[in-house]
Structures are given as structure tokens and as C-alpha cells.
Write a protein that binds this ligand. Structure first.
Ligand code: AMP
Length: 308
């Protein structure tokens, strides 16, 4: 795989041990976190710079694996203490989940320090972590070309003010439909999207799980289906893989026009679909760029119609 023309993508987020209760069975200590999924996904397209914190219990082998994928892990701090932990239980149809436990551990005192060579990163993904940490990272970057952020219900309900500061400073918000409704306090997706865009982000990407995703920008609305899978195993990290794939694809072409965004959205949908096919990062970590391209073509054919 050659990445010579691709700009690096800086990704900040969580690195975690997840305990997952899935219809197919329970899995403990699964390596996850928003930065992990997003970095693996973005690395399919080009170089990645990761910023996160892990504890002294986190395996070197995982960091070495990321390095082997072209992820610069020098922004991943190893702190004394335990790695962040999250536990979740999925419904029988995988359509919903509840958080059973969140242990911040080393995240509680995390103060990201970007290595000097990360500061010129043109593409930035502020993965789902506390919005104050997202702002902290942003303040250390000089003149990024494109900044996208993800967030979640915990920050929407508990950290609305600082999340508002993030929204004013980013180009694109990537968010799921329920979170969008909560943030806008409007049920209708189109009106909620307009309300959130009025808070700052020029574009909004709405993830709707198995119902696909939507882009709202100055050109209007664009829809991409989710790839219909026969075997859905674990949706954990699908949203982060989507965001990582989106940024990776944009950075690999360097274009930010409406068409480039639409193509990247489709690519992100293809990447995210692989994530769901295995527990944790197992399947995502196994795929090649060619497999993503093949799935992109399948997605394209899903919505292609010869009008006679
Ligand atoms: P997703 O399924 O895309 O929403 O991402 C799931 C990942 O997010 C899991 O691997 C968790 O470790 C991570 N996660 C869950 N809650 C939080 C949180 N409060 N802050 C940061 N990361 C989290």
C-alpha cells in the first residue's frame, strides 16, 4: 500500500479496555476506544498521528501493531495507573446498547501534549472524549485545513457549554441521530441539523446505524446507505471507524469540495461495515484497502438506478 500523497491525519480519542455483552456472547478486556478504532480505519488510507493516554496495564503489542499500520504512536502517553474502561450491553437485535460502567482511570488526569511534529497536522479528528480535551488538542495545532469532531450523550447532557466552544471551532461535526436530537432539542433530523450547523460547524455528518448516514452541507443533503450485512457481530466502534475512514479518505485525496465529501462519506460507510463483522477491532484490523474499494462498489450499486 502506498501513502506518499496522503496528508497525515491527527486523531485524538480514548484508548480503552471494553467489556462487551453481545447476543453472540460476552467478551472481556477487548482493546477499544475511539482513537483505536478511528486510527485503524484512517490508516487504511494514509499516515495517522494518534494522541491518547493508556495505563501501565496496556499491552505494548497493540501499540506496535498500530505502528506497523503507519500510526505514529508518539502522542500516546503511558501514564501510571489503569487504562480507561468501558462496559456495555447490547440488545438482542444490536440496535441499542446501554453503558454498564465507565472508569476514567488515567483519563481523569489526562492533559494532552502534542509532540512538536504533530502541530502542523492538516487533518484533525477530535474523537469522542471530554470536549475540554478536544479543545486542548485544538489549541496546540497550527492552521489545520479540516477539523472534524465526534461527541456523545455524556458530553451533550453534562458539558454543553464547553461542547459549544468545540462546535464554534470545527468544520464538521460527526454525530449519531439520537445525539443530534438531544443536542438540538429538536426531533426532526433536517431541522435539528440546521440548528446544530447554526452553532458553528459548516457541515454535519449524521450516523444512523443500520439506516446509513447523511451529510448536511452548503450543497444540501446527501445520503449513504449502510452496507447490509448478513452477520452483524459487534457494532462497538463502528461510529469511530466511520469517522476515521472519512478523515483518512479526505486526507488521501486532499480535496474538500462537495464531491470529495460525498465520496468520503461512502468510503466511511464501507469501512464502518467491516468493523461490525467482528468483536472489537478484530475484523477491522484484518481488512485491506482493496476490500474497502470492493465494498464501496457494492454500496454504489445499492443506490444506482439506470433511468430509462
Ligand atoms: P462507538 O461504538 O463508535 O460509539 O465507540 C465505542 C468506543 O467508545 C468503545 O471502545 C469505548 O471504549 C469508547 N467510549 C465509551 N464511552 C466513552 C467515553 N465516555 N469517553 C471516551 N470513549 C468512550
Amino acid at each position: 500500500m502506498t501513502h506518499e500523497n496522503s496528508s497525515p491525519v491527527l486523531i485524538v480519542g480514548s484508548m480503552a479496555f471494553d467489556d462487551l455483552e453481545l447476543p453472540s456472547g460476552n467478551s472481556k478486556d477487548v482493546v477499544g476506544g475511539s482513537a483505536t478504532y478511528a486510527s485503524i480505519a484512517a490508516s487504511l488510507f494514509g499516515p495517522v498521528r494518534a494522541v491518547a493516554v493508556v495505563g501501565d496495564d496496556f499491552p505494548d503489542a497493540v501499540l506496535n501493531d498500530l505502528t506497523g499500520r503507519g500510526v505514529d504512536v508518539s502522542g500516546i502517553e503511558r501514564a501510571a495507573g489503569k487504562t480507561f474502561r468501558w462496559a456495555g450491553r447490547y440488545s438482542e437485535n444490536l440496535a441499542s446498547r446501554v453503558t454498564l460502567d465507565t472508569q476514567l482511570n488515567v483519563f481523569a488526569d489526562f492533559s494532552p501534549k502534542l509532540p512538536a511534529r504533530f502541530k502542523d497536522s492538516p487533518f484533525v479528528l477530535l474523537g469522542n472524549i471530554h470536549p475540554a480535551l478536544q479543545l486542548d488538542v485544538l489549541s496546540q495545532i497550527q492552521n489545520p485545513r479540516f477539523v472534524a469532531a465526534d461527541t456523545m450523550n455524556v458530553w451533550i447532557s453534562g458539558e454543553r457549554k464547553v461542547l459549544g466552544d468545540v462546535l464554534r471551532r470545527i468544520d464538521t461535526l460527526v454525530i449519531n441521530d439520537e445525539e443530534l436530537r438531544e443536542l438540538a432539542e429538536i426531533h426532526n433530523i433536517k431541522r435539528a441539523a440546521a440548528a446544530v450547523r447554526a452553532l458553528g460547524p459548516k457541515r454535519l455528518v449524521v450516523k444512523r446505524g443500520e439506516y446509513g448516514s447523511m451529510l448536511f452541507d452548503e450543497h444540501g443533503v446527501f445520503f449513504v446507505p449502510a452496507f447490509p450485512l448478513e452477520d452483524e457481530v459487534d457494532p462497538t466502534g463502528a461510529g469511530d471507524s466511520f469517522a476515521g475512514g472519512l478523515l483518512g479518505c479526505l486526507a488521501s485525496t486532499g480535496s474538500l469540495d462537495g464531491q470529495a465529501l460525498r465520496r468520503a462519506l461512502m468510503m466511511a460507510s464501507a469501512v464502518a461495515s467491516f468493523c461490525v463483522e467482528g468483536v472489537g477491532t478484530r475484523r477491522l484490523a484484518d481488512i485491506t484497502r482493496d476490500q474497502v474499494t470492493t465494498r464501496l462498489e457494492s454500496l454504489r450499486s445499492l443506490v444506482h438506478l439506470e433511468v430509462g
